[in-house]
Write a protein that binds this ligand. Sequence first.
Ligand code: NAD
Length: 274
Amino acid sequence: MNLQSTVKLANGVDMPWLGLGVYKVKEGQEVIESVQAAIRTGYRSIDTAALYGNEEGVGQAIRESGVSREELFITTKVWNSDQGYESTLAAFGQSLSKLGLDYIDLYLVHWPVKGKYKYTWRALEKLYADGKVRAIGVSNFQIHHLEDLLGEATVKPMVNQVELHPLLSQLELREYCANQGIQIEAWAPLAQGQLLDNELLQQIADTHGKSIAQVIIRWDIQSGIVTIPKSIKAQRISENADVFGFELSAAEMAQIDGLNINRRIGADPDNFNF
Ligand code: NAD
């Protein structure tokens, strides 16, 4: 396995196991430099969203990267205020034009907005049928949201991107998604920095001569979870990708699994107000 290794989604599309997240990365120079550093390092997957306000910079960086479009895997998401059928189609058009692309690899429903997400999903099904997106999925969906959606969907989400890190390992949701053929993708894999002084992780990291960030990212991949750590520093972008030359033992994997305390950093998908 290496940085360009992929997992096959239910519809046969190959998605890289590791990508760069760009949440809170500033539009313009900052996002352009981060995405360029990632692609230079060998990343092929970038995770943005309309909300992040940096789709133009992401687009510019990938155009200037010299890597062909087909080799890249670009994810973006429809924001909550744009949910609904027509408004999602319009929001998609805007994302596409900001990115300067003619298709998206993965388009996600950013949050399960009550009373709206099924209409939003229909729009994603239409974009998928029209060949404007290679795969469609959801984000922050709990099991009950998925069951509700699957009751009506004609296309099953291929991905569910959720908050997931050793403090919130989402075992039940992972098992449900595995049974449904829905790939789990971890956001905030590094718990936004909150795990970087964890003693157990430090011990495991020392054993392998790796950093805590690398141990967590490796834990994701060995657990069958697609992961998108964020950094704007070239050195860390490269460090976070250097996870293919070592392996965590079954005992270490179990120890990391044992850190779960169901603790969220971000909002609760059943109780958010944005
Ligand atoms: P993260 O867990 O990836 O943490 C990022 C932070 O960790 C960085 O800002 C940096 O301070 C630190 N860091 C990164 N690499 C490091 C290293 N090697 N050593 C030390 N510190 C390091 O948090 P995130 O950015 O919230 O999540 C990752 C991505 O997931 C986002 O950028 C975004 O693309 C996506 N995301 C999606 C949602 C959603 O609702 N779908 C929500 C949040 C984030």
